[in-house]
Ligand binder design. Structure first.
Ligand code: ADP
Length: 393
């Protein structure tokens, strides 16, 4: 599995039949003098290697060299699955990569100019070096291609959609799909009969309404800025505010982009951190803005869940996932406190333990079911990769 970002590359070797990956690692600060490369083989210590000025292709070389030293070569791999951010309306499912698919991913790059081109760097580097290795693209957006038009169309001149594809696409699809599948298994019900609201709360945050096993609404939009409050992204805003900032306060597009993506959300309100652990600690100590940032985060999350209740009832479960969703019991408790009118009653002890091992339930027996389900996007990418390669053979 490869996940290429602008200055990072995450990688893992996964056997979809096994829980733990054989290898997991990340190269960071690519293109800079202090780029480095960290990896961990199963049952071994972390290894760190500097790779000054390395680009994606060089990191991939270094990765295959390290694999070779561990007795794993390209011929031992069934295939390579890539995370690709934007599949536009072209990709409703994961796709086996060929020249045509690469061209289509390039076309979708107009919707994600910062992401798709770097995702393609990894794909092209592997294709050049190992042309016989099958590759699969797994898109962040494809799970949400089932949204009905009334959920994905912005109330803007329709021409913007027709001519430029301006609509809501949604992201984090692999995570929402993974936890929905896992929750269905835990409930012993076919996914197609399940209605869920899943909330992925990491640095980026999104909620998805899942009806009959498919996504029917999601909080991120044309870009990952829309929706919930995130670590440093603002989420929903008055669009008039953008006009105000540009016309009255003379913000340039670059300044706006930086502010809305990197200086807002939890960081913007608290003025101290985008990290929920840190904010919880500070709010315990009486830091007013940390507490306010948390309060806004939880209230906005609860409003989103309540809105999606309309689209999904009768609901099988609300699923919490992502770094915050899986680990931050006080955040789940605060968001759920708002949801009492929907029949949500937390089991505080189960919440503190982040859910029972077998059922992952953190609500009382007479409550709407609230679950904590750890996500595993890498495993989903590996499963899709294997399934598509098997189908072709
Ligand atoms: P990413 O979206 O980058 O993959 P993660 O899913 O790892 O991020 O989530 C990162 C967030 O999870 C951070 O805000 C971090 O503080 C929060 N987090 C992780 N562990 C805990 C914890 N035990 N309590 C509260 N927040 C936590």
């Amino acid at each position: 599995m490869l996940n290429s970002g602008s200055s990072s590359l995450k990688f893992a070797i996964i056997d979809p039949e096994q829980d733990a990956p054989l290898l997991i690692g990340i190269a960071e600060r690519l293109g800079s003098a202090n780029a480095d490369f960290r990896m961990r083989w199963r049952n071994e210590e972390d290894k760190r290697q500097p790779c000054p000025d390395a680009d994606h292709a060089r990191v991939i070389d270094q990765l295959f060299q390290a694999m070779h030293e561990h007795g794993v070569d390209a011929t031992d791999l069934t295939g390579v699955g890539h995370r690709v951010v934007h599949g536009g309306e072209t990709f409703r499912d994961s796709a086996t990569i060929d020249e045509q698919v690469i061209a289509k991913i390039e076309q979708c790059a107009k919707l994600a100019p910062l992401h798709n081109p770097v995702n393609l760097l990894g794909i092209k580097a592997i294709a050049r070096k190992y042309p016989d290795l099958s590759q699969v693209a797994v898109f962040d957006t494809s799970f949400h291609q089932t949204l009905p038009d009334y959920a994905y169309t912005y109330a803007l001149p329709y021409e913007l959609y027709r001519a430029h594809g301006v609509r809501r696409y949604g992201f984090h699809g692999s995570s929402h799909r993974f936890v929905a599948g896992r929750a269905a298994d835990l409930l012993g019900k076919p996914l197609k009969d399940c209605n869920f609201i899943s909330v992925h709360l990491g640095n980026g945050c999104s909620a998805t309404a899942i009806k009959g096993g498919v996504s029917v609404d999601t909080s991120m939009g044309l870009t990952p800025l829309e929706g919930l409050v995130m670590g440093s992204r603002c989420g929903d805003l008055d669009p008039g505010l953008i006009l105000h900032l540009t016309q009255t306060l003379n913000y340039t597009p670059d300044q706006l982009s930086h502010m809305l993506n990197k200086e807002s959300g939890l960081l913007g309100v608290s003025e101290v951190s985008n990290d929920m652990r840190e904010l919880l600690r500070l709010s315990e100590e009486g830091h007013h803005q940390a507490a306010l940032a948390i309060e806004i985060f939880c209230y906005r999350l609860a409003k989103m869940i309540a809105g999606y209740y309309l689209a999904t009832a009768p609901l099988d479960a609300v699923i919490f996932t992502g770094g915050i969703g899986e680990n931050a019991a006080p955040i789940r408790a605060r968001a759920c406190a708002w949801l009492k009118p929907l029949g949500v009653y937390m089991d505080e002890e189960a919440n503190r333990r982040h859910g029972e091992e077998n059922q992952r339930r953190i609500s009382k027996d007479d409550s709407l079911n609230i679950m904590v389900v750890p996500t595993n996007e890498e495993l989903l990418i590996a499963r899709d990769t294997l399934a598509l390669i098997r189908r072709r053979k």
